[in-house]
Design a protein around this ligand. Structure first.
Ligand SMILES: Cc1cc2nc3c(=O)[nH]c(=O)nc-3n(C[C@H](O)[C@H](O)[C@H](O)COP(=O)(O)OP(=O)(O)OC[C@H]3O[C@@H](n4cnc5c(N)ncnc54)[C@H](O)[C@@H]3O)c2cc1C
Ligand SMILES: C[S@@+](CC[C@H](N)C(=O)[O-])C[C@H]1O[C@@H](n2cnc3c(N)ncnc32)[C@H](O)[C@@H]1O
Length: 674
């Protein structure tokens, strides 16, 4: 996987149609792209009849090769609005190697006034399309668009399609113009990711394509093509394909489908809990949101200003790839759910400044990756100063769509979604599995709430529960310092970051942070940490220290807030299902002797128990997508991340790594999960 990217290189014909220079082919039929889409993809996948017959809370997944201008997607969305039940959910996955720029997309879609009501909803969120999985939630969560940015032959094998793709739109330029894509491996992947009964339609009737699809397991037939085209192909999956081996400890637990009782308890009402509750409520789940405090976001998520701070590596590390998908999703969610303003959030941009030469090199390498300009670009000191509103002495990396957020405001907006019932002032002490699911118990073993599914969003306190005590979570104290704004400091227009950050003023205060302290776990603010935060000012800009000349002397009187972050050993969050730790060790004991073994036994899941924690110093970036990921597991939907990243954030990863490295051994007398 790479994180370099390229956009579509277009030419516009005299009659205003887009043409790809990369492929020397048209994006859609000159006669009537819209009618062709409806004929080839909608009609020959029998979408109208299948959607009209969906149950009230049904799901449908479409997969497409080549998002292009999004015409197929919008036509499908339009038909969905006309025919699908109001509570049903459409997931549209589309692979795209060369995404159109937002301007080109808008220009192409302007050709279809009939679709304007849909394109106008898509266009504002069609942005920040870094390579990898890019999820866009539309129509109040009724439609999910997941763009897999990259070559389909690289991305599709990593797709976790949940319950599978119900209909494929096999698009992409003509096989003669794009032979690299129309390969047997593509057809095999289409079959592998298909749900039982999956259909497929394509505009081409090329013999190689038909034979390739047949060899992969599709029953294909020729049928009259659209307009002047003689034939096209359509068909359905004839026989289920034997999937490649996939590590069972990372596979999805078997869920009953459709889920009979869509009720769930989310414990912890910080960013992770509120994002999880929101994603589930959007999909029709009844969520009980428990927290021990009397308000949402009372712990780590309670700072007045948090920063959308993407700390990226120029290499395609798991962490960087995760951040690129999660960051874009966070910005889109903020755009949709929280009005900008002093109380809520501000997309004022984030300027990252190198603290040393190595950092500078990292910035240059990142700038050379060719990530979309709306994600990041390098700016010289002059431009940096103009953007920041005060003198900056170095070149930096500019993230124009980022900014600061008041996390409690975000939590509040998400948790007031219909379907979420907060249960505050309620400490969950233990969990008990029953035949119906889970009971959450208080200190007297009284049941506080019961549901088939429980999601623990309890940061480092997740270790309080016996079922999740084995997770290697650590609490790290941090403190932010409030600095009173002055006429001079109010000129700061963006967030400035090095290792720490300072925000533009909000209600007369800047926030400066944050300390990392390993020797204390209380949350009483300390003057030492105010001082170490003030040291950051020098690293950000020499003019900043001069703005608060008395601050060091008054460090003990400065307003501050301390809280605990929760981190994991590899700094990635833990998001996913929980298995019974000792049983995992005995189930896969052979890995201790030979890590290349491929056992196929299902993992000993604690059915219905999930965690979402360890968001470290970047909860604003990671929590919104983490909520989507948990919801995709519970609902059997396609995942918002590729399979290797699902493994990278999987709660089982530490157990399995330790087993493979011989650091732990299977217990002599294994216990079985109850
Ligand atoms: C000083 C500091 C500065 C930071 N700055 C930034 C920043 O600029 N940008 C950024 O993205 N991130 C930042 N972070 C990190 C960010 O705040 C966290 O990643 C995020 O808040 C984690 O959210 P969470 O929901 O996992 O945890 P929390 O917000 O801690 O939520 C956990 C919740 O679980 C509840 N809970 C726990 N156990 C129980 C139980 N047994 N029963 C009932 N309720 C329970 C708690 O009451 C709490 O509300 C910062 C963190 C700190 C400490
Ligand atoms: C004909 S256009 C698709 C039209 C599109 N479905 C629409 O509704 O506008 C073909 C698309 O496939 C993309 N494509 C071609 N080869 C690809 C590949 N190997 N991987 C991913 N996308 C590819 C092209 O960049 C282009 O956007």
């Amino acid at each position: 996987m790479t994180i370099t990217s390229s956009t579509a290189d277009l030419e516009w014909t005299d009659d205003g149609q887009p043409l790809s220079r990369q492929f020397d082919d048209v994006y859609f039929s000159r006669e009537s792209g819209l009618e062709e889409t409806r004929y080839v993809f909608l009609q020959h996948n029998r979408l109208a009849e299948r959607w009209a017959a969906l149950p009230e809370d049904g799901h449908f997944t479409i997969g497409e090769t080549g998002f292009g201008t999004g015409l197929n997607f919008l036509c499908a969305w339009q038909l969905w609005e006309q025919l699908a039940p109001a509570q049903a959910h459409l997931h549209f996955i589309s692979c795209e190697k060369y995404p159109l720029s937002a301007d080109d997309l808008a220009r192409a879609l302007a050709l279809w006034p009939e679709l304007a009501v849909f394109s106008q909803q898509l266009i504002p969120h069609y942005r920040l399309l870094s390579p990898g999985w890019q999820q866009i939630s539309l129509a109040n969560g009724r439609i999910t668009l997941t763009l897999l940015i990259g070559d389909v032959l690289d991305t599709l094998p990593l797709l976790d399609a949940g319950q599978g793709v119900d209909a494929w739109f096999l698009d992409g330029f003509a096989p003669a113009k794009n032979p690299d894509m129309w390969q047997p491996e593509l057809y095999r992947q289409l079959a592998l990711k298909a749900a039982p009964g999956c259909t497929l339609a394509t505009f081409t009737s090329a013999g190689d394509v038909r034979r390739g699809l047949q060899a992969a397991g599709f029953a294909m037939r020729k049928t009259p093509g659209f307009g002047r085209k003689r034939d096209m192909l359509c068909g359905e999956l004839a026989e289920p394909v034997h999937p490649d081996w996939q590590a069972p400890w990372y596979r999805r637990p078997e869920q009953s489908s459709p889920v009979a009782d869509k009720s769930v308890i989310v414990i912890g009402a910080g960013l992770a809990g509120c994002c999880t509750a929101f994603a589930l409520a959007q999909r029709g789940w009844q969520v009980t949101l428990i927290d021990r405090h009397g308000s949402l976001a009372a712990e780590a998520s309670g700072n007045p200003q948090g920063i959308l701070y993407c700390k990226l590596s120029p290499h395609a590390t798991n962490l960087s790839r995760f951040i690129l998908s999660a960051y874009s999703f966070s910005v889109r969610q903020l755009q949709q759910q929280l009005p900008q303003g002093e109380a809520h959030w501000q997309a004022c941009g984030v300027l990252q400044l190198p603290g040393n030469q190595k950092e500078q090199q990292r910035h240059t390498q990142l700038a050379q990756l060719g990530l979309p300009e709306d994600v990041l670009r390098q700016v010289d000191a002059d431009t940096a100063s103009k953007l920041a509103g005060l003198s900056i002495d170095r070149a930096g990396l500019w993230f124009p769509a980022a900014g600061w957020v008041n996390p409690p405001a975000l939590c509040q907006a998400l948790a007031t979604q219909p379907g979420i019932t907060p249960l505050l002032h309620t400490a969950a002490i233990s969990l008990q599995q029953t035949s119906q699911g889970w009971q959450v118990l208080d200190q007297h073993n009284h049941c506080l709430a019961a549901a088939p599914q429980v999601v623990l969003c309890t940061a480092a306190d997740t270790r309080q529960f016996s079922q999740t005590r084995h997770l290697p979570l650590k609490a790290i104290r941090g403190q932010i310092t409030h600095l009173p704004a002055s006429q001079q400091s109010e000129k700061l227009r963006t967030v400035l970051c090095t290792d720490g950050y300072i925000s533009p003023a909000r209600f007369g205060e800047h926030h400066l942070g944050a300390s990392f302290r390993f020797d204390r776990l209380d949350c009483t603010p300390s003057p030492e940490e105010n001082l170490s935060n003030l040291d950051l000012l020098d690293t950000l800009s020499p003019v900043l220290s001069a703005l608060w000349p008395q601050a060091r002397a008054e460090a003990s009187g400065l307003k501050a807030r301390a809280a605990l972050r929760c981190t994991s050993p590899d700094y990635l969050p833990l998001i996913g299902p929980v298995a019974e730790a000792e049983s995992v060790l005995s189930c896969y004991a052979e890995l201790g002797k030979d890590a290349s073994k491929q056992p196929d036994r299902a993992a000993p899941w604690l059915q219905g128990l999930w965690v979402n924690c360890a968001h470290g110093s970047r909860g604003l970036i990671s929590a919104p997508l983490s909520g989507e990921l948990i919801a995709s597991y519970l609902d059997g939907e396609p995942a918002p991340l590729p399979q290797d990243l699902l493994a990278a954030v999987h709660p089982n990863r530490f157990l399995i790594r330790d087993l493979m490295r011989g650091k732990v051994q299977a217990p002599a007398n294994p216990t079985q999960p109850s």
